[in-house]
Design a protein. Structure first.
Length: 66
């Protein structure tokens, strides 16, 4: 039962991380900002996408049967 709850929470977190990462990556394209600020937005978006990948890895490891 605890795996089901944890998997559900991680699924919601993955969706949120993907959405925020996408928005951060698209922000510099929609606004005219300086190069350094654009790099910061890209780094933030990359962080959230890597976070989503780490959470997917955690789900795979939790659901793997031994």
């Amino acid at each position: 039962m605890w795996r089901t709850l944890l998997t559900g929470k991680l699924t919601i977190s993955i969706a949120g991380s993907c959405i925020i990462g996408y928005l951060c990556l698209m922000h510099p394209a929609k606004h005219d900002i300086a190069a350094l600020a654009a790099v910061r937005w890209y780094a933030l978006g990359g962080f959230f996408l890597v976070l989503a990948i780490a959470q997917i890895t955690a789900i795979v490891l939790l659901t793997k049967r031994r």
